[in-house]
Design a protein around this ligand. Structure first.
Ligand SMILES: [Mn+2]
Length: 369
């Protein structure tokens, strides 16, 4: 019989028994939680079954931090568009599920393994083995448990990857964590290459990043507790979620909604600080049948396919429409429906005089040079 963890491990490995080559799939534009989990699963399959496995991703690795993570830790990834599907006789889906629309799993293919911490979707029950734990802060926590239970040697690179996966996904254990996340974080901590974590978190940013940031700020409007950012065309889709994270930090803001066009599609990102507003549910209801959306209590993502006919499209008009729906769903009061540009708001453009007064008040007679 064994413990719950031992049973889970046995069922996970049993799911790919007899398979030759497993495609360990991430979601589109994978984040550190997803990348590290897929990498750990690949190693586990290699070490404990006869099958070979590859980590395969869709979309792009956009965010500078994520690119640095892959580079500094030497993680081998293949792009889904470049693999030969006939090479694989099994799929494992990580940090995602069938039917979300956020992964490249071919339609009609039932995965052998699904590991995720998002709410369970109906199509997941067709998987040979599924472990869905929506309460967990990170999928990497789950992968730590499997690796630990299997007695897998977790070297410094793997420890660093899983640790950074948990750290970034939970905002340093400050967002949606359970005891299991804390335990995994602490268990990995000793082995983590702190210099690499620091290198990832301070990854070099391109000039294009700052151009996009400038555009994001100029395209931001305030609607009471909601801030809406329309980014136009972005160089990488992660910029949309980065913008939502950044704008949520604006004082007095409780909700941040960002939209950007990439590859002809409209990428959406939503953040909620309000425990009464479940981000994933709300974004789903805003998008409706015009696209796909999903997520957690505090963060959610979505996509409007710009190539499908009869859909909302990926235009500025679509952004306006979605912003209006968001304003309605959040019951933003009348005066804030139109919104005010962030950069023209008097509160956010303090005069030189006001800045001088502030410095004087905090530093006595300090001279301003
Ligand atoms: Mn995740």
């Amino acid at each position: 019989m064994g413990t719950v963890r031992e049973r889970r491990l046995r069922d996970l490995l049993g799911a790919v028994e007899g398979c030759k080559r497993v495609c360990v799939l991430t979601h589109f534009n994978p984040d550190p939680d997803c990348i590290s989990s897929a990498w750990a699963l690949q190693r586990l399959i290699h070490a404990r079954t006869r099958a070979k496995a590859e980590v395969v991703y869709g979309g792009i690795i956009g965010r500078a931090e994520n690119q640095s993570m892959v580079r500094l830790l030497g993680i081998d990834l293949l792009h889904f568009n470049l693999i030969d599907r006939d090479d694989f006789d099994a799929y494992a889906l990580v940090d995602s599920q069938p039917g979300t629309g956020n992964n490249p799993l071919p339609e009609g293919v039932d995965p052998h393994i699904v590991l995720d911490h998002h709410p369970k979707l109906p199509a997941t029950k067709r998987a040979v083995y599924a472990d869905i734990r929506p309460k967990l802060g990170a999928t990497a926590t789950m992968m730590y448990e499997y690796a630990d239970t299997a007695g897998l040697r977790i070297d410094a690179r793997m420890a660093t990857a899983l640790f950074y996966g948990i750290k970034s996904e939970t905002h340093n254990l400050g967002r949606g964590v359970t005891r299991a996340d804390v335990n995994a974080y602490l268990a990995l901590f000793e082995k983590v290459r702190k210099d690499i974590v620091s290198g990832i978190e301070n990854a070099p940013l391109t000039a294009v990043y700052f151009v996009m940031l400038d555009r994001a700020i100029k395209g931001t409007t305030l609607h009471g507790p909601l801030v809406v950012s329309v980014l136009g065309t972005v160089e990488n889709p992660d910029m949309v979620s980065e913008c939502a994270d950044l704008m949520l930090r604006l004082e007095h803001v409780r909700f941040a909604f960002a939209m950007g066009r990439f590859n002809g599609d409209l990428c959406l990102s939503f953040r909620s600080r309000d425990p009464k507003v479940e981000a994933g549910q709300l974004l789903k209801s805003v998008v409706g049948r015009d696209g796909t959306a999903g997520g957690h209590a505090e963060m959610a993502g979505g996509l409007i396919d710009g190539h499908k006919k009869g859909k909302l499209g990926a235009t500025r008009a679509a952004c306006r429409e979605l912003a209006q729906r968001m304003v309605k769903k959040l019951k933003i009061k009348n005066g804030d429906v139109e919104g005010a540009p962030l950069l023209k708001s008097p509160d956010t453009t303090p005069s030189q005089q006001a800045i001088r007064a502030l410095i004087r008040s905090t530093s006595g007679d300090a001279k301003i040079v």
